[in-house]
Design a protein around this ligand. Structure first.
Ligand SMILES: Nc1ncnc2c1ncn2[C@@H]1O[C@H](COP(=O)(O)OP(=O)(O)O)[C@@H](O)[C@H]1O
Ligand SMILES: [Mg+2]
Length: 374
């Protein structure tokens, strides 16, 4: 898949800008706060329908405006296609593919991205939420049905959370509690299977990448952990569901007492080990950065293997955060698909990477080199 061009209309700090991209490496360069990350976010939006630094879509609309439009011309599934996303304050987001109204969850069939930003370098040391987010984003792109399950889980979770929060004032709410708990277990059981299968495939891809990256010094291991009562995360959904339910029931009193949803797949963890010990607890900063890079590169390799198509790699300011050896590793691996890298003007990346250079100043872009079009 290739993004040939993107048009951003009253999106973030862009008023109306069309950016032509190279099918290979694109280097976005410019001073701070000019719109480099915003451009990546526009492409990210085309792949899934939301931004990566936002809680609300409205944050993507340029200040002082009430709507934004992002359009992308992409080559995907063997043909040229048009994706368009319209955001309007107070109105449901509109997604069009080739002029036909579609669901945001369907976008991943046309455009998949692997985003890597400096925060991801801490993914190993951060709380489990960071690793769940990594799994969820990666699986959602490969399996649109998974994204729907996650949305359903979030909906049920929110209901249950409110019941647990408010039941003392409104005891009648408790009538619905067990139904929501059951729903969460049923939905959670399917999520467990997806996560287990993903981690298994990710592990196969990540181990050789990490070995190469660490000069064969380190062996990476990944282990998916869900509720302790689930003995086999690959079992039939009914079996997993009863195991989750058993766990939930054991925590029912504690949930009522604390007012929090204590049991469920929103507590899952992706345990990462280096040479047999927990990376979260024991790895050095360099080791955790290396492991985070390995996971992201493995995500890209897995997506290629699974779909036959290389996802677009979006590297936001990560290179400047890496030492030279790690920079080299990343740069040596970005071939084979389309890549967008942001970097500051004085960056060495620009000198060391052959690619189309796009200068960005105050939400305006300018091709600085690389006349070839996507
Ligand atoms: N909704 C918005 N409307 C207008 N400008 C915005 C909006 N959101 C962010 N910006 C502006 O975009 C700029 C940051 O752009 P960004 O792409 O993050 O910069 P960088 O080039 O450093 O990656 C800031 O000046 C910020 O004020
Ligand atoms: Mg930035």
């Amino acid at each position: 898949m290739i993004v040939r061009s993107v048009r951003l209309e009253t999106f973030r700090n862009y008023l109306d800008e069309t950016v032509e991209l190279s099918p290979g490496i694109n280097i976005l360069t410019g001073l701070n706060a000019q719109g480099k990350t915003n451009l990546l976010e526009g492409i990210f939006l085309l792949s899934c329908g939301h931004g990566f630094r936002t809680r609300f879509d409205s944050e993507l609309i340029a200040f002082g405006n009430d709507s934004a439009l992002v359009s992308g011309s992409v080559f995907s599934a063997g043909r040229e296609q048009e994706i368009q996303i319209g955001l309007t304050l107070g109105v449901r987001k509109r997604v069009f593919v080739n002029g036909v109204k579609r669901n945001a969850a369907e976008l991943s069939e046309l455009l998949r991205v692997v985003l890597f930003s400096p925060g991801d370098l801490n993914m190993i040391k951060d709380g489990a939420q960071a690793r769940r987010r990594f799994m969820d984003m990666a699986i959602s792109q490969l399996r649109p049905a998974y994204a729907k399950l996650l949305a359903e889980y979030a909906r049920l979770y929110e209901h249950k959370r409110r019941i647990l929060r408010d039941w003392r004032e409104k005891p009648a709410l408790l009538d619905a509690l067990d139904d929501f708990s059951d729903g969460l277990c049923r939905c959670g059981a399917q999520i467990v299977r997806y996560r287990a299968a993903f981690v298994q495939k990710l592990t196969e891809a990540a181990i050789p990448i990490h070995a190469e990256f660490s000069g064969r010094d380190e062996v990476l291991s990944l282990a998916y952990q869900t509720a302790g009562s689930v003995k086999d995360p690959f079992a039939l959904p009914q079996e997993i569901c009863s195991a989750l339910s058993e766990h939930q029931k054991a925590h029912r009193q504690a949930e009522l007492a604390s007012g929090n949803v204590l049991s469920g797949i929103h507590k899952d963890e992706l345990e990462i080990g280096i040479n047999g010990s927990s990376a979260r607890l024991y790895a050095s900063q360099g080791q955790t950065r290396t492991a985070a890079l390995s996971l992201k590169m493995a995500e890209r390799a897995l997506s290629l293997k699974d779909t036959g198509d290389c996802p677009i790699l979006l590297l936001d300011d990560v290179l400047s955060e890496l030492d030279e050896k790690r920079q080299e590793f990343v740069l040596s691996r970005i071939g084979g698909g389309q890549t967008l890298i942001t970097c500051c003007e004085d960056s060495r990346v620009r000198k060391r990477t052959a690619g189309r250079i796009i200068g960005i100043t105050g939400g305006r872009t300018q091709a600085l080199s690389g006349p070839e079009k996507a």
